[in-house]
Design a protein around this ligand. Structure first.
Ligand SMILES: NC(=O)C1=CN([C@@H]2O[C@H](COP(=O)(O)OP(=O)(O)OC[C@H]3O[C@@H](n4cnc5c(N)ncnc54)[C@H](OP(=O)(O)O)[C@@H]3O)[C@@H](O)[C@H]2O)C=CC1
Ligand SMILES: [Fe+3]
Length: 454
C-alpha cells in the first residue's frame, strides 16, 4: 500500500505522454515510458481492442487521448497521417513527435516531419526516435545504439523531447531545424554507413594481394617447374595477405590526420571546412582501425601455428638430414638471430599497443577517459603502434630482400607496397612534430582562437 502511494507520487511528477497508434513501436515506447514513471495515454482507432497494451496505460479514442496530454508521439506510418486532419484543432500549441521511417531513401519529396507540420500546422512538430527499433526499446537492449537524433524548429519543444529520451535511457543528439529531418529519416535506411568505405578498401586489397601471391607462389612454380605448391593456398598465402592488408589499413587510419594538419598549415587557419572526401575519410577511421586490428589478430593466430604445420616440420627435417649427410652444421649467424628476435619483439609490442587502441575506441572505455587522455592514446600511441608494426614488417622483409634469389619471379611487390603508406604517414608526422612546424601549428590555432573571440 505504502509502495503504491509512493509510486503514485512519483508518477505525478511526470507529465502525461500521449501515443497515437498501438502498433509495435507505440507499445514498446509506451512500455519504456511507463517504466520511467510517465503516465501513458494511448489513442487508437479501436480503444476497446487493446489487450496487448502495456499494463498501466490508458487507452482512448484519438480525440479523447489528445485532450489529455501536451506531448504526443505519433506512432503511425506516414501513409495513414490523413486521419489527423479532422483532429487538427486539438493539437493547438502541443508538441507532436514524428517517429516515422520510410522504406526507401528519399521516398517522398518532403520529409515525413515536414509533411506532418503542413498537415497539422497548429502543432509544434519535432522529429526524433526513428533510429531506435521497437525491439530495442522492448528488450532494453539499448547499449549498441542508444543514439536518437532530434530536430525541430522550436527549441523548448526539442528540449522536452530530449528530456524524455534521456529519461528512458537514450542519448539524444540535437540535429538542428526541421530541415534536417530528411537526413534523420534517411539514416536508418543506410546499410552500415560508416563501414561501407572500409569494407570496400579491405575487400579490394585482400583480393588483389591474394591473387598476386597465388600467381607468384602457386601458379608460377607449377607452370615453370611442375612443382605442386597448392597447399600454400590455405595458410601461407593468407598469412602473407593479413599482415600486409592490416598494415596498409593502419596507415590509412593515420594518413588523413596528418594530411589535415598539413592542410591547416597551408591555409593558416583551422576554421575552414575540410574537403568532403577528407571529412568522409576521417569519419571512418575507427572502422578502418578495427578491421586492421581483426586482420592483425588473424596474422597472430596464423603465425602461432607455424611450428605444428606438417609442411614446415617436413622442411626442417629435410634440412637437418641434408646437413647431417654433408656432415656439417649451418654457420652461427648473429645477424639472423638478432633480426628474427627483433621483428618478433616489435610485432608483439606493436600488436599489444594495437589491441590497446582497439579497446580505448570502445564507447564504454572512451567515455571513462577524458578528452586529453583519449587524444593521447589514439594519436601518440597510435603513431607508435604504426611505427612498430612498420618496423616489424620491414625487418621481417629485409631478411628476405637480402636473399633475392628466393624471388625468381619478380620482386616481393605486396611487401613493398604495404610499407609505402605507413612510411609516408611516419615521415609527415615526423615533420609535424619538429619544434619549428609544431610551433607554427600552435600559432595558427591560437590566432584562430583570438579571431573567434573577438
Ligand atoms: N517498428 C519499429 O521498429 C519502428 C517504427 N518506427 C515508426 O513508427 C511508426 C509505427 O510503426 P509500427 O508500430 O512498427 O507500425 P504498426 O503497423 O505495428 O502500427 C501502426 C499503428 O498505426 C495505427 N494505424 C494503422 N493504420 C491507421 C490508419 N489508417 N489511421 C490511423 N491509425 C492507423 C494502428 O494503431 P491503432 O489500431 O491503435 O489505431 C497501428 O497499430 C511508423 O511510422 C514507423 O516508421 C520508427 C522506428 C522503429
Ligand atoms: Fe608479422
Amino acid at each position: 500500500m505504502n509502495m503504491n502511494s509512493l509510486k503514485g507520487e512519483h508518477v505525478h511528477k511526470r507529465n502525461a505522454v500521449c501515443i497515437l497508434g498501438t502498433g509495435d513501436f507505440g507499445r514498446s515506447l509506451g512500455m519504456r515510458l511507463i517504466k520511467a514513471g510517465y503516465p501513458v495515454i494511448f489513442g487508437s482507432r479501436n480503444p476497446k481492442n487493446s489487450a496487448l497494451l502495456p499494463g498501466g496505460a490508458e487507452v482512448f479514442t484519438h480525440a479523447d487521448a489528445l485532450k489529455r496530454s501536451q506531448i504526443i508521439f505519433l506512432a503511425v506510418h506516414r501513409e495513414n497521417y490523413d486521419f489527423l486532419q479532422p483532429l487538427c484543432d486539438l493539437f493547438d500549441g502541443k508538441v507532436l513527435v514524428d517517429v516515422s521511417n520510410n522504406l526507401k531513401i528519399n521516398q517522398y519529396r518532403e520529409s515525413n516531419a515536414a509533411y506532418l507540420s503542413q498537415l497539422v500546422p497548429k502543432a509544434i512538430v519535432v522529429k526524433g526516435f526513428n533510429t531506435v527499433s521497437a525491439w530495442a526499446l522492448q528488450s532494453g537492449n539499448l547499449d549498441a545504439n542508444s543514439q536518437v537524433f532530434v530536430c525541430g524548429e522550436d527549441g523548448e519543444a526539442k528540449h522536452l523531447v530530449m528530456d524524455i529520451a534521456r529519461s528512458i535511457g537514450l542519448t539524444p543528439l540535437d540535429q538542428g531545424s526541421l530541415l534536417a529531418a530528411n537526413e534523420v529519416e534517411n539514416y536508418p535506411l543506410q546499410l552500415f554507413p560508416m563501414w561501407r568505405l572500409p569494407f570496400i578498401i579491405t575487400a579490394g586489397l585482400t583480393v588483389l594481394i591474394y591473387l598476386y601471391c597465388l600467381v607468384t607462389d602457386v601458379i608460377n612454380p607449377y607452370v615453370t617447374k611442375q612443382v605442386d605448391d597448392s597447399y600454400r593456398i590455405v595458410v601461407s598465402i593468407p598469412n602473407r595477405v593479413f599482415p600486409i592488408v592490416s598494415l596498409i589499413l593502419l596507415g590509412l587510419v593515420y594518413l588523413p590526420g596528418v594530411m589535415a594538419a598539413f592542410l591547416q598549415l597551408y591555409r593558416g587557419t583551422k576554421y575552414k571546412r575540410f574537403p568532403n572526401w577528407l571529412d568522409r575519410w576521417m569519419l571512418c577511421r575507427k572502422q578502418l582501425g578495427l578491421v586492421a586490428l581483426a586482420f592483425a589478430f588473424l596474422h597472430v593466430f596464423y603465425t602461432l601455428i607455424i611450428p605444428i604445420r606438417y609442411s614446415v616440420r617436413w622442411k626442417w627435417m629435410q634440412y637437418t638430414i641434408k646437413e647431417s649427410k654433408k656432415n656439417q652444421t649451418a654457420e652461427y649467424n648473429q645477424w639472423w638471430f638478432w633480426s628474427v628476435d627483433l621483428y618478433l619483439a616489435m610485432g608483439i609490442v606493436g600488436f599489444g599497443l594495437f589491441v590497446l587502441l582497439g579497446i580505448t575506441s570502445l564507447p564504454s572505455v572512451s567515455n571513462a577517459v577524458n578528452w586529453r587522455e583519449f587524444q593521447f592514446v589514439q594519436s601518440k600511441l597510435g603513431h607508435v603502434t604504426l611505427l612498430l608494426c612498420t618496423a616489424h614488417v620491414f625487418v621481417y622483409g629485409s631478411n628476405r630482400f637480402l636473399d633475392i634469389s628466393r624471388y625468381k619471379w619478380g620482386l616481393p611487390l605486396p611487401y613493398m607496397l604495404s610499407l609505402v603508406i605507413p612510411c609516408i604517414v611516419l615521415v609527415l608526422k615526423l615533420i609535424l612534430i619538429t619544434p619549428c612546424v609544431d610551433s607554427k601549428i600552435t600559432r595558427i590555432r591560437d590566432r584562430s582562437h583570438g579571431r573567434r573571440s573577438e
